[in-house]
Design a protein around this ligand. Structure first.
Ligand code: PGA
Length: 255
């Protein structure tokens, strides 16, 4: 069974509100008819409301880049799930490697975020991935297993397929060094097998597993043609309408 592919853009800390609105307008205009692929963009928090208005009625879903596990309280600078829901956000990136490495997010903190997102009907896009030293030490699958097991702790088998996993080898993010299709497929296949062990075959079959890390129109076709690669989480190439639209088209062809 082939799952419907998802192409999600992670705009990271880029774009003022007016730049974000302009990009969203271009994407909505270009992707208006593309209804065989799921598409989401994750602008910075400051642009969520304005971008949401532009995307209203389009096929493009609105995602956020992070959330706090608590619904409200004394957490200066943080954003909660109800705040995101109030802006019609449907997806949220959780555990991106930049948050893990630069902001010290631990597996258990990420697990709390996954549980909170699910509780508030937000679809978590859970990022996992090894760094270069871990890959070179042959520890890739062990690292992925630890991250997945921790992130899914306490998730029911009914809700598990709502968690979208994004395999993002840290050494491939923003570096132009993309994983080969074989390297990516090996890890994606492993993640699917792990989900079957932790939950059921059905969960493993239904849960989407995206690849992220220097995915571009030129390399997307081969990656997205792999059996267990169900889409992409795109950083750099999502910041321009042309490359993001080309990626969505590549995903449509690879389905
Ligand atoms: P990249 O980023 O496409 O720029 O490598 C991907 C990501 O960090 O999600």
């Amino acid at each position: 069974m082939h799952l419907r592919k998802l192409i999600a853009g992670n705009w990271k800390m880029n774009k003022t509100t007016s730049d974000a609105v302009a990009l969203a307008r271009d994407l909505a205009a270009a992707l208006g008819q593309q209804n065989d692929i799921d598409v989401a963009v994750c602008p910075p928090f400051t642009a969520l409301e304005s971008v949401g208005k532009v995307l209203d009625g389009s096929i493009i879903k609105l995602g956020a880049q992070n959330l706090h596990p608590e619904a409200s309280g004394a957490f200066t600078g943080e954003i909660s799930a109800p705040m995101l829901r109030a802006l019609f956000v449907t997806h949220v990136i959780v555990g991106h490697s930049e948050r893990r490495v630069l902001f010290g997010e631990t597996d258990s903190f990420i697990n709390q975020k996954v549980l909170t997102a699910l509780k508030h009907q937000l679809r978590p896009i859970l990022c996992v991935g090894e760094n270069l030293a871990e890959r070179e030490a042959g520890a890739t699958l062990r690292i992925i297993q630890t991250q997945i097991e921790a992130a899914f702790e306490g998730v029911s088998k009914e809700l598990a397929p709502s968690v979208i996993v994004a395999y993002e080898p840290v050494w491939a993010i923003g570096t132009g060094k993309v994983a080969t299709a074989e390297q990516a497929q090996e890890v994606h296949g492993f993640i699917r097998g792990l989900l079957a062990k932790l939950f059921t075959e059905t969960v493993a079959r239904k849960g989407r597993i995206l690849y992220g890390g220097s995915m571009k129109p030129a390399n997307a076709g081969e990656l997205l043609g792999q059996k267990d690669i169900d889409g992409g989480l795109i950083g750099g190439a999502s910041l321009e309408a042309r490359s993001f639209v080309d990626l969505v088209r590549a995903a449509a062809e690879a389905k």
